[in-house]
Design a protein around this ligand. Structure first.
Ligand code: SF4
Length: 346
């Protein structure tokens, strides 16, 4: 429901403390409410049982707690869960729980739609409608943590910002959400278990390095040849590979943390030795590891997974050059929950 009341979760702890003081109450009350809002993820003032009824009514008169609702949930044969979540203004984004034998990973969205136009991505077909607020990102994680405990008897272990949207185009809100996720006053997760995956916006990668972020960085590279990368990721024309390389070198110099490259091999696009050679060369600029990702076709069939022999060739040449390579089998294909498939079809 849309209301004129302010979202209480837009307030910092200090602002909440100040609010209570301005109402003649103790600043400490702000700490208690803050704990309910974040650590306990309360969606209703009525849930705040150690706050008096009068105070809860006063909060309700001034504020609203905007929160997401799971609009629909689908479970894949492989255990993957896709949530279509409804935001307070009725828009929908998707987030995914990916279970493996040892971990449960949440893949979360950072924007409704996306303004970048990657040709292989279903989300690109939805125009960018708005950025998600920090609490909307946080709520996706809380929801998946609850699902993980319910269906797999274990808490969420990892988070990847690889859902709908480009996280670096919503930098401030993503950073605020990660602060809450990692804070002991929030979910208390280690930043080492969080990976921000970007299509590669050089100046924002440098900014993250300057800001001293502690989470991991992954870059969707897909081609180390400018003309080809531009044809599949048109913003590469504005931010060519040389600029990306400069930014990644800057990142590594400041953080000393290696980068992951996400790479899909498509038939007729990047499945030649020339591409492998260019990729290996790019991998040598900065310490890295490579995730070769199995592709999930979206409707038009223009992009198709390359032959398995070509994937094997990529892997062999990368390994011969002492580059760590993982192959990411696709998960949740039957429910359109796999990489590049999130497009609100549910
Ligand atoms: S791949 Fe990521 S950055 Fe590119 S259009 Fe899709 S959501 Fe946006």
């Amino acid at each position: 429901m849309v209301t004129d009341k302010k979202d209480i979760r837009a307030l910092s702890k200090e602002q909440l403390r100040d609010f209570f003081v301005s109402k003649g109450d103790k600043a400490f009350r702000g700490n208690q409410v803050y704990e309910w809002l974040w650590q306990k993820a309360a969606h209703d003032f009525e849930d705040m049982t150690n706050i008096s009824k009068e105070t809860r009514q006063m909060l309700d008169a001034h504020f609203v707690i905007n929160h997401i609702e799971v609009d629909s949930m689908q479970r894949s044969n492989d255990g993957t869960i896709k949530n279509a979540v409804r935001l307070h203004d009725g828009l929908i984004v998707e987030s995914v729980l990916i279970p493996t034998a040892t971990r449960t990973t949440a893949c979360v969205s950072s924007q409704v739609g996306c303004s970048l136009d990657c040709k292989f991505c279903a989300t690109a077909r939805l125009k960018r409608m708005r950025n998600l607020n920090p609490d909307e990102i946080y709520d996706q994680v809380v929801t998946i943590d609850k699902e993980s405990r319910h269906y797999f008897n274990r808490p969420l272990s990892n988070i990847v910002f690889m859902g709908m949207g480009e996280p670096l185009m919503n930098y401030n809100n993503v950073i605020k959400a990660i602060e809450k996720i990692t804070s002991p006053e929030g979910l208390g997760m280690s930043p080492k278990r969080i990976t921000l995956s970007t299509s590669g916006i050089p100046k924002m990668i440098k900014k993250m390095a300057d800001d001293g972020v502690k989470f991991n960085l992954a870059v969707s590279l897909h081609s180390a040849i400018d003309s080809v990368r531009t044809s599949i990721m048109p913003f590469n024309e504005t931010f060519p590979l040389q600029d990306l390389r400069d930014a990644l070198e800057y990142w590594y110099a400041k953080t000393k943390r290696r980068i992951s490259y996400e790479y899909v091999v498509w038939k007729g696009i990047n499945d030649t030795d020339e591409h492998i050679e260019a990729f290996v060369k790019f991998c040598k600029y900065v310490p890295c590891k490579v995730n070769i990702i199995e592709y999930n076709p979206i409707d038009d069939g223009h992009f198709q997974q390359a032959a398995s022999e070509m994937l094997d060739r990529y892997i062999r040449v990368l390994e011969d050059n002492h580059i760590v390579v993982n192959v990411r089998r696709s998960r949740g294909k039957d429910i359109d929950a796999a990489c590049g498939q999130l497009a609100n079809k549910s």
